[in-house]
Design a protein around this ligand. Sequence first.
Ligand SMILES: [Zn+2]
Length: 268
Amino acid sequence: MDHLHDTQGRTLSLTGRTARQAADAYCVIETVLGPAFLAYNDRGISALLQAETSDLFEQVFQARFHRMAYRDSSPPAALLEAVRDCLAGRADPRQCLEFDLRGRSPFEEAVLRKTAEIPYGQVRPYSWIACEIGYPTAVRAVGSAVGRNPIPLLIPCHRVVRRDGRIGAYGLGGTAAKRRLLAAEGIDPDWLEHLARKGVRYIGDPREGIYCFPTCPHARTLPDERRLALGTDGEAAALGLQPCPTCRPAPRPFLMPSVRQAGAPRAD
Ligand SMILES: [Zn+2]
């Protein structure tokens, strides 16, 4: 093959220097789930995938992104350090990494960039992302976009859980892998599932007059006597509690369906 097409349909030569420009570099990094292939280019990190061999990774990468990937014999030390820091929760990926999300629709990109905001050691439901990006009824479309995340771990889709609090599916190794990742961040997955079984979706703090998602640092540091288990935001409202400004457990008023923008994907 002498040519390939980029996402705009332009034909790119695969000979000489142009071939390198049309390709992404990759290297192998260590993660909680074992070795993974990290791909990147001038725009930022484009993929984080697991594969049994380099050849398989290159095949999967090309099939999925329509670009070549070549092994980088000297990956940038600053990039590797930033990735390690982000994976360990010492740095915020939004501040030290760039993501190349070409090929995603604007909706998918909004979902992924919002997912990247979920802090280390916390989880949010799919419905939170839908509300935060202004499409509160598009929860299933959010789930699909999260499921197609090309850069798991760094865009932490393992921190997105079902609306009822159950841990749910995960593309990079299933629910067991998701539980391992959450546990590595200090979230006990059994505790999350226990809350879900009891129907506890929020924790209220009557003294501060707010309610939180259970993994919000505010909720997690509350003494037992100040901790109110709540099943719905309606219960919280009936007690006069406001959404916590940090974890934002309710849709912001200006993003309610009545002002939903045109062109939103259907919540089918
Ligand atoms: Zn909170």
